[in-house]
Design a protein around this ligand. Structure first.
Ligand SMILES: Nc1ncnc2c1ncn2[C@@H]1O[C@H](COP(=O)(O)OP(=O)(O)OP(=O)(O)O)[C@@H](O)[C@H]1O
Length: 332
């Protein structure tokens, strides 16, 4: 596969006046292959927008290499017409129609006028194209934003939080639109906090935390890597079953009246072990990890014992290279 985006060792520190320097990117790496819908995930303040802005030349990175459509960031201008991006929510004039908005953008960008109609169809706004933007719902404004990014028929589309603030129907529409564009061969990099959406719509993903990549790969592969081989088991006597699993050399714990058995490669071992000890199973469920649990684990943001963690507040410049642990600010 061909890489459409390649980022390696990206560093960016903002020189703040009041709170001192802020390390936004700390040697960040990311690869997005052609034809993929690639999810870009991370907690608040982890560096997603800074990455996208650096990629598009909107902010100057301190160091690191970036290639977009095979071109270095210094030559981005030569491939800019092949990239569509919505990084900061675009503001539209409410008193213009969606169609007129796109016509003006097409004129300014030297894009043939017929693309206006095509993009309105592509984002499902043709029937409302002549209505004023101020009458649009948030979801329709988001789709108009996507339409504006599609005018140039980009090979690569970069969307920062496209489903932000949308209701379930709007999220569903945005998901369909992304899949539709992907089926036409557009590579899409999409940053989002909606983990369920990313799990449903993306082929591959990168998770960033504190300016560094903490996991990446095909979504199914990332989930499989975090599969702990856990099964939830319902039996009449969970405590007795726990002892039976331990006596057979297995690992288990009790959770809400059920037994959770870990590190199992073959579920029949559980049925056999418990059956032999006289514990008859009434339920056996594989506990496969979802993206939310992987995200909470790899970013260190899983709330525990009533504590909330936040990776942004209190984040100081990193210690010299070599320190591996992640500090988490914990507030009660
Ligand atoms: N212009 C700026 N000046 C100072 N600090 C900044 C600036 N832009 C971003 N930062 C800081 O850099 C860090 C990364 O911010 P960034 O916006 O890239 O995170 P993010 O992952 O996009 O967050 P969110 O999910 O909340 O949008 C944060 O600590 C943020 O406060």
């Amino acid at each position: 596969m061909t890489a459409v985006i390649e980022i390696s060792g990206l560093h960016k520190t903002f020189r703040g006046w009041r709170r001192g320097p802020k390390v936004a990117l700390d040697g960040f790496d990311m690869v997005v292959e052609a034809g993929q819908v690639h999810g870009f995930l991370g907690p608040n303040g982890s560096g997603k927008t800074t990455t996208l802005r650096a990629l598009l030349g909107l902010v100057h990175a301190d160091s690191g290499d970036m290639r977009i459509l095979g071109t270095t960031s210094a030559d981005y201008i030569h491939v800019a017409h092949r990239v569509g991006a919505i990084v900061e929510s675009p503001a539209f004039f409410g008193n213009l129609s969606g169609q007129r908005t796109l016509e003006l953008l097409a004129m300014a960008g030297g894009v043939p006028r017929k693309r206006v109609e095509e993009t309105l169809v592509a984002v499902g706004l043709r029937d409302r194209g002549e209505d004023l933007v101020k009458s649009y719902s948030l979801g329709m404004k988001q789709r108009l934003a996507v339409a504006s990014a599609l005018l140039k028929q980009p090979e690569l589309l970069i969307l920062d939080e496209p489903a932000n603030g949308l209701d379930p129907a709007g999220i569903h529409e945005m998901r369909s639109l992304v899949r539709e564009l992907a089926s036409r061969g557009v590579t899409i990099l999409i940053s989002s906090h909606l983990l369920d959406e990313i799990e449903q719509v993306c082929d591959s993903m990168t998770i960033i935390s504190r300016g560094r990549r903490v996991t990446h790969g095909p979504v199914a592969q990332v989930l499989a890597q975090h599969d702990k081989g856990e099964y939830s088991v319902r039996v009449a006597d969970p405590a007795g079953a726990l002892e039976a699993i331990a006596a057979a050399g297995g690992s288990a714990r009790l959770n809400e009246g059920k037994l959770v058995v870990s590190g199992v490669t073959d579920a029949s071992w559980i049925t056999q072990t418990l059956g032999t000890a006289g514990h008859w199973l009434t339920e056996l469920t594989a506990l496969t990890p979802d993206l939310e649990s992987v995200f909470l684990d790899v970013t260190g943001t899983r709330p525990g014992n009533g504590l909330m963690s936040d990776v942004d507040d209190g984040w100081q410049p990193p210690a010299p290279a070599g320190r591996a642990e992640i500090e988490i600010e914990v507030t009660r």
